[in-house]
Design a protein around this ligand. Structure first.
Ligand code: MRU
Length: 343
């Protein structure tokens, strides 16, 4: 998708002439929306840290950057690829299953004695497949979103930054916009890390899609006032029974949507489905640092960054990063392969 009119992906290879091994390039998402910067690295540890520290986040993007980091690790040291790098990447974040699918795919290839070039191609193919999946699912979804005044509620960032390109939840919105429709998006700010306010609103703005950022707690009230035509979220892991793990607050949104008769859609590529998890109860939920709740980042009028405390010192926080929405609360799940509904 576009930034200042130029097309970018959230993760890609950086190829410099004369270098035998490419480097991984990614958008440093923690700096947005105040600064747009890309990081280039040929060190697998820096790629792993980019996932842990949420420079790159969002389930499909985590899978894609892990595939790139592992290809890099394989080219540098085959023995360490198996003994160190596979476990290192698997330990970076626990909930998004795309990470584990990407690690498994790269491991299978490596066990077959793949060449360096084919590992690099595999990582590229993994990212390309995600992009295609997102584009396809958005095309299905757009028909479902073309209702009412097309006022769509989102949560967190399930946009192109989170998925290499197109986005999951935003893909249908971008398809509508490109078809000349005028979708409007209510963007949940998404406490505590504010991926909605910082990333989704910025993305939509770059693509010329109208939106307004609101406090997460405004969503139910907007539904009650008849101002939401559909809710669309992404997913970090979908269990075999259709339960969906996504950013904390998604479950609450599903309850409000059910109460007010607003369709509640989930968009996710097949890499987010986990047949090994029988139900949502089996999905590991990441617990993150208290400081994400207790501190805030922002820039002042001069553009200078500040990291400030918003709570009294020594008061602890509770910070589950994800929740699980039961399949019964979901109107439909869209993937590149089709549509699933509870009935
Ligand atoms: O903690 P994050 O920012 O990685 O969480 C991301 C989400 O919950 C997204 O909604 C999810 O990955 C959807 S995928 C586009």
């Amino acid at each position: 998708m576009k930034v200042a009119g130029k097309v970018f992906r959230s993760v890609n290879w950086y190829v410099e002439s004369g270098r035998s091994i490419p480097a991984v390039q990614w958008i440093e998402q923690r700096l947005l929306p105040h600064r747009f910067e890309q990081v280039i690295s040929n060190k697998p540890e820096e790629v792993a840290v980019a996932i842990e520290s949420m420079q790159v986040r969002g389930a499909p993007a985590i899978g894609a950057i892990a595939a790139h980091g592992l290809a890099l690790a394989y080219c540098l040291d085959k023995k360490a690829f198996f003994s160190h790098w596979i476990p290192r990447f698997r330990a970076t974040r626990p909930t998004a299953v795309n990470l584990f699918h990407a690690c498994d795919a790269m491991l299978v290839l490596a066990e077959q004695g793949a060449s360096d070039a084919s590992m690099i191609e595999a990582a590229q193919a993994y990212a390309d497949a995600e992009v295609l999946a997102n584009e396809r699912m958005g095309a299905h979804m757009a028909e479902y979103l073309a209702v009412g005044e097309r006022r769509i509620q989102t949560h967190c960032n399930a946009g192109w930054l989170a998925t290499v390109d197109w986005g999951t939840a935003t893909s249908g919105i971008y398809h509508l916009a490109r078809a000349g429709e005028s979708p409007f998006v209510w963007v949940d700010e998404t406490r505590p890390r504010l991926q909605g306010a910082r990333l989704t609103a910025w993305e939509l703005h770059q693509e010329g899609v109208a939106c307004r950022i609101q406090a997460d707690s405004a969503a139910a009230w907007m539904m009650r006032r008849g101002m939401v035509d559909a809710v669309v979220i992404g997913a970090d892991r979908i269990a075999a029974n259709g339960d969906v793990a996504n950013k904390i607050g998604s479950y609450m949104l599903s309850l409000a949507a059910r109460e007010h008769g607003v369709p509640f859609y989930v968009a996710a590529p097949s890499s987010t489905f986990d047949a090994a998890c029988e139900s949502g109860a089996d999905i590991p939920i990441e617990e993150r640092d208290d400081d994400e709740v207790l501190m805030m980042d922002g820039v002042d009028a001069a553009g200078v960054s500040h990291h400030v405390r918003i709570a009294a010192p020594d008061v602890p926080a509770n910070n589950p990063a994800f929740d699980v929405t039961p399949f019964a609360n979901i109107t439909a799940i869209f993937s590149e392969d089709g549509i699933w509904k509870p009935q």
